[in-house]
Design a protein around this ligand. Structure first.
Ligand code: 16G
Length: 192
């Protein structure tokens, strides 16, 4: 039974429906499956308030250092991002994991939107924190995350969408039309 908390999602799930990923070579063995329900028991949906207990930060920890994030910190950040209205984190959930939490988060990716004055007050998309649980790799879940996020940024009318990635992952992102840019990514790092 859904808890009260599960009703709080970061954004409207309707934005993820009807996305067509065939142009990225994504298809399903069973025609009943869709990008947001690619396998029985696997769903892709907006991040929800109760995803902390389903292991959201555990899957993020397979990408980079998460640090100290407890339920209270997660909830505060979730509410602030939701209020801001420019964050579109999606999660992949295995609803059939019997962990007493109603499911396990096994992948994620986030579209962040920046508001600009340039390009006629355009929006810019940024793809962030894309990761799939090591036990679930090879099932095209990463492709689904990228395809859904990329199409979402297109439908939200971003003038461009960008990301930073390791050299090894360039070929993966090229599937979705991302190209290496002559401009270089620079960073000033204040801490790990
Ligand atoms: C990768 C991620 C980026 C994330 C960063 C964290 C993608 C496409 N890129 O570059 O979103 O913020 O790793 O690395 O997922 P850091 O912990 O070293 O800052």
């Amino acid at each position: 039974m859904p808890s009260d908390k599960s009703s709080s999602v970061m954004f409207d799930a309707a934005l993820l429906q009807d996305v067509n990923l065939t142009k990225y070579g994504i298809s399903f063995k069973d025609e009943k499956q869709t990008p947001t329900n690619p396998e029985p028991g696997i769903v892709i949906r907006p991040l929800a308030a109760d995803d902390f207990e389903k292991g959201y930060t555990d899957v993020l920890a397979q990408l980079t250092k998460v640090g100290e994030v407890d339920q209270a910190a997660f909830t505060a950040r979730f509410e602030a991002m939701k209020k801001a209205g420019f964050y579109y984190p999606i999660v992949v959930e295995d609803t059939q994991v019997d962990n007493g939490k109603g499911g396990k988060i096994i992948g994620t990716g986030t579209l962040e939107i920046e508001q600009k004055f340039i390009h006629s007050c355009a929006l810019r998309g940024r793809v962030e924190e894309v990761v799939v649980d090591s036990e679930y790799r090879g099932r095209q879940l990463g492709k689904l995350i990228l395809g859904i996020i990329t199409e979402l940024s297109r439908s939200l009318k971003c003038y461009k969408t960008t990301l930073e990635c390791k050299l090894d992952n360039i070929a993966f992102y090229e599937i979705f039309g991302y190209k290496e840019d002559p401009e270089k990514f620079m960073q000033l790092r204040f801490r790990d």
